[in-house]
Design a protein around this ligand. Sequence first.
Ligand code: SF4
Ligand code: SF4
Length: 281
Amino acid sequence: MMEERIRTELDGFVRESPLNHFSDSGEPYFDPPLIGFAAAEDPIFTEYKQTIGPFHQTPVEVLASVLGAAVRAASIICWILPITKQTRESNRNEIKYPSRAWSHTRNFGGQFNTALRRHLVSWLGGLDWHAVAPQMGPDWQQLSSTPVGIASTWSERHAAYAAGLGTFSLNDALITPKGIAHTCGSVITDLHLTPTPRPYPHFRHNCLFFREGSCGKCIKRCPVGALSRKGHDKDLCNQYVYGTVVSAVAELYGVQHTGCGLCQTNVPCESTIPVESRQKL
Ligand code: SF4
Ligand code: SF4
């Protein structure tokens, strides 16, 4: 079964790659991945042109733009890389800027995620399958001004949702069985794979705010008020994460990208799907 071979290959790369380890401690950036598959013809990718915007590409469009229309996308391989407990714990006590370990995970772990995408594309190519990592494609763009705020031509989170890996949250992240503190990635291929079912009753089911009108702990964790009962102010969040925080700690930590993640740590959904609220709104 190709699904199992892909799982084994991704697991092995995450476990063994030196790029998935802190250079000083040798500890990993990420725990073993959650992996799911979506069908390229799933109507959800066409629906994303309505819910995200017409600029969001379908898997067929992504593969055709890189390899030509003769190569037809069949599947999307998606993964979630959960951030380790040690790093999550380091961020729990922070109230203004992310911890050093969190920033190193965002920066160097992000580089590892790029290496993982390249590895999977190359491994599939070695088996005579075509594959493209959308976020590394020539057409991938982040658009700063769309009706839904900052958005890109391929959303890794929406691909992961399509592949049954989680549901969306008040802070616009994805709550998976391993929680919200993670990063995700995807590769599109012409290999046919069995899609993973989407087991959740609602696209926001795993967030307590949407499921039972409770929690909201992420609102209190945001140092700049980018979260409220109305949702996530993407512009305010981006100004803080890519401006203020970078100016404040990037040089100190020796990174270019810092992340923030305060709303993803010290919250009930940090490392699991919360079953009930401990803190009513
Ligand atoms: S902290 Fe609570 S309200 Fe915020 S995303 Fe997690 S479950 Fe939803
Ligand atoms: S990432 Fe940081 S700035 Fe953005 S919403 Fe979360 S806590 Fe606020």
